[in-house]
Design a protein around this ligand. Structure first.
Ligand SMILES: Cc1cc2nc3c(=O)[nH]c(=O)nc-3n(C[C@H](O)[C@H](O)[C@H](O)COP(=O)(O)O)c2cc1C
Length: 211
Protein backbone atom coordinates (compact mmCIF):
# COMPACT_ATOMS: atom_id res chain seq x y z
CA UNK A 1 0.00 0.00 0.00
CA UNK A 2 1.01 3.61 -0.50
CA UNK A 3 -0.07 6.70 1.41
CA UNK A 4 -0.18 10.23 0.00
CA UNK A 5 0.73 12.55 2.85
CA UNK A 6 -0.83 15.49 0.99
CA UNK A 7 -4.30 14.01 1.59
CA UNK A 8 -3.82 11.72 4.62
CA UNK A 9 -5.48 13.10 7.80
CA UNK A 10 -3.08 14.07 10.60
CA UNK A 11 -4.31 11.31 12.93
CA UNK A 12 -3.57 8.69 10.26
CA UNK A 13 -0.13 10.17 9.52
CA UNK A 14 0.62 9.84 13.24
CA UNK A 15 -0.72 6.28 13.44
CA UNK A 16 1.45 5.12 10.52
CA UNK A 17 4.63 7.06 11.33
CA UNK A 18 4.82 5.76 14.91
CA UNK A 19 4.54 2.19 13.62
CA UNK A 20 7.24 2.40 10.95
CA UNK A 21 9.89 4.50 12.70
CA UNK A 22 10.57 1.93 15.41
CA UNK A 23 11.71 1.27 18.01
CA UNK A 24 11.92 4.76 19.45
CA UNK A 25 13.77 5.40 22.71
CA UNK A 26 11.76 7.03 25.47
CA UNK A 27 12.82 10.21 27.24
CA UNK A 28 11.19 10.54 30.65
CA UNK A 29 11.69 14.29 30.96
CA UNK A 30 11.87 15.98 34.35
CA UNK A 31 11.61 19.77 34.39
CA UNK A 32 11.06 22.54 36.92
CA UNK A 33 9.24 25.85 36.49
CA UNK A 34 10.15 29.20 38.10
CA UNK A 35 7.83 28.47 41.03
CA UNK A 36 9.71 25.23 41.69
CA UNK A 37 6.97 22.85 40.48
CA UNK A 38 8.39 19.59 39.16
CA UNK A 39 6.97 17.80 36.10
CA UNK A 40 7.74 14.37 34.65
CA UNK A 41 6.43 13.07 31.31
CA UNK A 42 7.54 10.52 28.67
CA UNK A 43 8.28 11.32 25.00
CA UNK A 44 9.16 8.88 22.24
CA UNK A 45 9.59 11.45 19.48
CA UNK A 46 13.10 11.59 20.87
CA UNK A 47 16.70 10.90 19.96
CA UNK A 48 20.28 12.13 20.17
CA UNK A 49 21.35 14.07 17.08
CA UNK A 50 24.89 15.24 17.69
CA UNK A 51 27.86 14.94 20.05
CA UNK A 52 29.46 18.35 19.27
CA UNK A 53 27.50 20.08 20.59
CA UNK A 54 25.86 17.13 22.34
CA UNK A 55 22.20 17.57 21.37
CA UNK A 56 19.02 15.64 22.12
CA UNK A 57 15.78 16.42 20.28
CA UNK A 58 12.16 15.93 21.36
CA UNK A 59 8.93 16.39 19.36
CA UNK A 60 6.20 17.65 21.67
CA UNK A 61 2.64 18.34 20.60
CA UNK A 62 0.34 20.91 22.16
CA UNK A 63 -2.51 19.91 24.48
CA UNK A 64 -5.91 19.43 22.77
CA UNK A 65 -6.86 23.03 23.79
CA UNK A 66 -3.73 24.33 22.00
CA UNK A 67 -1.82 25.22 25.19
CA UNK A 68 1.79 24.02 25.56
CA UNK A 69 2.56 20.92 27.61
CA UNK A 70 4.56 21.49 30.80
CA UNK A 71 7.56 19.83 29.09
CA UNK A 72 7.63 22.72 26.60
CA UNK A 73 6.71 25.45 29.09
CA UNK A 74 9.08 24.52 31.95
CA UNK A 75 12.33 24.16 29.90
CA UNK A 76 11.47 27.47 28.17
CA UNK A 77 11.05 29.17 31.57
CA UNK A 78 13.99 27.63 33.40
CA UNK A 79 16.31 26.94 30.46
CA UNK A 80 16.93 23.42 31.79
CA UNK A 81 15.54 19.90 31.88
CA UNK A 82 16.65 16.28 32.40
CA UNK A 83 16.15 13.33 30.02
CA UNK A 84 15.88 10.14 32.08
CA UNK A 85 16.19 6.91 30.09
CA UNK A 86 13.58 4.25 30.88
CA UNK A 87 14.36 0.62 31.73
CA UNK A 88 11.95 -2.33 31.90
CA UNK A 89 11.57 -2.01 35.67
CA UNK A 90 10.38 1.60 35.24
CA UNK A 91 7.86 0.91 32.44
CA UNK A 92 4.70 1.17 34.58
CA UNK A 93 5.96 4.27 36.38
CA UNK A 94 6.84 5.92 33.04
CA UNK A 95 3.34 5.16 31.74
CA UNK A 96 1.73 6.68 34.84
CA UNK A 97 3.72 9.89 34.24
CA UNK A 98 1.81 10.27 30.92
CA UNK A 99 -1.57 10.31 32.70
CA UNK A 100 -3.45 13.63 32.71
CA UNK A 101 -2.54 14.72 36.22
CA UNK A 102 -3.91 18.17 37.13
CA UNK A 103 -1.25 20.92 37.10
CA UNK A 104 0.68 21.01 40.36
CA UNK A 105 0.16 17.33 41.13
CA UNK A 106 3.44 15.44 41.27
CA UNK A 107 3.49 12.54 38.78
CA UNK A 108 6.83 11.29 40.06
CA UNK A 109 5.58 10.80 43.62
CA UNK A 110 2.43 9.05 42.38
CA UNK A 111 4.59 6.74 40.22
CA UNK A 112 6.93 5.94 43.13
CA UNK A 113 9.92 7.53 41.40
CA UNK A 114 12.63 9.25 43.44
CA UNK A 115 13.61 12.85 42.67
CA UNK A 116 17.37 13.18 43.11
CA UNK A 117 19.10 16.59 42.88
CA UNK A 118 20.94 17.05 39.58
CA UNK A 119 24.55 18.21 39.41
CA UNK A 120 24.37 21.15 36.96
CA UNK A 121 20.68 21.89 36.44
CA UNK A 122 17.89 22.78 38.85
CA UNK A 123 15.45 20.11 37.62
CA UNK A 124 15.84 16.83 39.53
CA UNK A 125 16.80 13.58 37.86
CA UNK A 126 15.08 10.26 38.52
CA UNK A 127 17.05 8.05 40.91
CA UNK A 128 15.74 4.79 39.40
CA UNK A 129 16.72 5.68 35.80
CA UNK A 130 19.59 3.68 34.27
CA UNK A 131 20.91 6.92 32.75
CA UNK A 132 20.02 10.60 33.06
CA UNK A 133 21.12 13.40 30.74
CA UNK A 134 21.14 16.84 32.35
CA UNK A 135 20.33 19.38 29.61
CA UNK A 136 20.32 23.12 29.02
CA UNK A 137 17.59 24.26 26.63
CA UNK A 138 19.47 24.82 23.35
CA UNK A 139 16.40 25.94 21.42
CA UNK A 140 12.65 25.36 21.31
CA UNK A 141 11.14 25.80 17.87
CA UNK A 142 7.38 26.06 17.29
CA UNK A 143 6.46 24.19 14.14
CA UNK A 144 3.29 23.60 12.17
CA UNK A 145 -0.18 25.01 12.71
CA UNK A 146 -1.10 22.93 15.78
CA UNK A 147 1.38 24.15 18.35
CA UNK A 148 3.89 21.32 18.01
CA UNK A 149 7.31 22.18 19.36
CA UNK A 150 10.75 20.73 18.69
CA UNK A 151 12.67 20.99 21.96
CA UNK A 152 16.44 20.70 21.64
CA UNK A 153 18.62 20.19 24.70
CA UNK A 154 22.38 20.41 25.07
CA UNK A 155 23.64 17.66 27.36
CA UNK A 156 25.82 19.20 30.09
CA UNK A 157 26.13 16.22 32.44
CA UNK A 158 25.49 12.47 32.19
CA UNK A 159 24.72 9.99 34.96
CA UNK A 160 24.92 6.23 34.31
CA UNK A 161 23.99 3.68 36.96
CA UNK A 162 27.26 2.11 38.20
CA UNK A 163 26.15 -1.49 37.65
CA UNK A 164 25.50 -0.78 33.95
CA UNK A 165 29.16 0.09 33.28
CA UNK A 166 30.91 -3.06 32.05
CA UNK A 167 34.36 -1.58 31.35
CA UNK A 168 34.97 1.93 32.71
CA UNK A 169 38.37 2.32 31.01
CA UNK A 170 36.87 1.73 27.56
CA UNK A 171 33.53 3.42 28.40
CA UNK A 172 31.73 0.17 27.54
CA UNK A 173 28.24 -0.20 28.94
CA UNK A 174 26.30 -3.42 29.50
CA UNK A 175 23.05 -3.21 27.49
CA UNK A 176 21.54 -6.07 29.50
CA UNK A 177 22.09 -4.18 32.74
CA UNK A 178 20.79 -0.93 31.23
CA UNK A 179 17.69 -2.88 30.08
CA UNK A 180 16.40 0.23 28.25
CA UNK A 181 13.02 -0.14 26.55
CA UNK A 182 11.73 1.37 23.30
CA UNK A 183 8.30 2.23 21.97
CA UNK A 184 6.60 0.69 18.96
CA UNK A 185 3.20 1.93 17.74
CA UNK A 186 0.20 2.29 20.05
CA UNK A 187 0.70 0.61 23.41
CA UNK A 188 3.49 -1.75 22.28
CA UNK A 189 7.03 -1.61 23.60
CA UNK A 190 10.26 -3.58 23.11
CA UNK A 191 13.05 -4.70 25.37
CA UNK A 192 16.65 -4.71 24.14
CA UNK A 193 17.14 -8.40 24.90
CA UNK A 194 17.48 -9.68 21.30
CA UNK A 195 20.76 -8.18 20.13
CA UNK A 196 23.25 -8.98 17.35
CA UNK A 197 26.63 -7.59 16.31
CA UNK A 198 27.43 -6.32 12.83
CA UNK A 199 31.06 -5.39 12.19
CA UNK A 200 31.54 -2.41 9.85
CA UNK A 201 33.30 -3.37 6.60
CA UNK A 202 35.41 -1.38 4.18
CA UNK A 203 34.88 -1.13 0.42
CA UNK A 204 37.99 -3.32 -0.09
CA UNK A 205 36.53 -6.04 2.16
CA UNK A 206 33.28 -5.91 0.24
CA UNK A 207 35.13 -6.27 -3.07
CA UNK A 208 37.04 -9.26 -1.68
CA UNK A 209 33.74 -10.87 -0.63
CA UNK A 210 32.34 -10.52 -4.13
CA UNK A 211 35.27 -12.38 -5.74
C1 LIG B 1 5.60 6.06 25.76
C2 LIG B 1 4.98 7.41 25.54
C3 LIG B 1 5.54 8.25 24.59
C4 LIG B 1 5.00 9.53 24.36
N1 LIG B 1 5.57 10.32 23.43
C5 LIG B 1 5.10 11.56 23.22
C6 LIG B 1 5.74 12.42 22.27
O1 LIG B 1 6.73 12.06 21.63
N2 LIG B 1 5.23 13.68 22.12
C7 LIG B 1 4.17 14.12 22.84
O2 LIG B 1 3.76 15.27 22.68
N3 LIG B 1 3.55 13.34 23.76
C8 LIG B 1 4.01 12.08 23.98
N4 LIG B 1 3.40 11.28 24.91
C9 LIG B 1 2.32 11.82 25.73
C10 LIG B 1 2.85 12.69 26.89
O3 LIG B 1 3.68 11.93 27.73
C11 LIG B 1 1.67 13.22 27.72
O4 LIG B 1 0.88 14.07 26.91
C12 LIG B 1 2.08 13.94 28.96
O5 LIG B 1 0.96 14.08 29.78
C13 LIG B 1 2.64 15.33 28.69
O6 LIG B 1 2.77 15.90 29.92
P1 LIG B 1 3.24 17.35 30.30
O7 LIG B 1 2.12 18.31 30.01
O8 LIG B 1 3.41 17.10 31.75
O9 LIG B 1 4.50 17.71 29.61
C14 LIG B 1 3.89 9.98 25.14
C15 LIG B 1 3.32 9.11 26.08
C16 LIG B 1 3.86 7.85 26.28
C17 LIG B 1 3.25 6.92 27.32
Amino acid sequence: MEFDFATLPAADRYKLLIQVVVPRPIALVTARDRAGRINAAPFSFFNVMSQTPPLVVLGIEARPDGSPKDTVQFPRESGEFVVNMVDFAMADAMNLCAADFPPGENEMAAAGLTAVPSTKVSAPRIGEAPASLECRTFTAVDIGPNGRCILVGEVVHLHIRDDAIADPARLRLDPARLDIIGRLGGISYVRTTDRFDLRRISHAEWLAREE
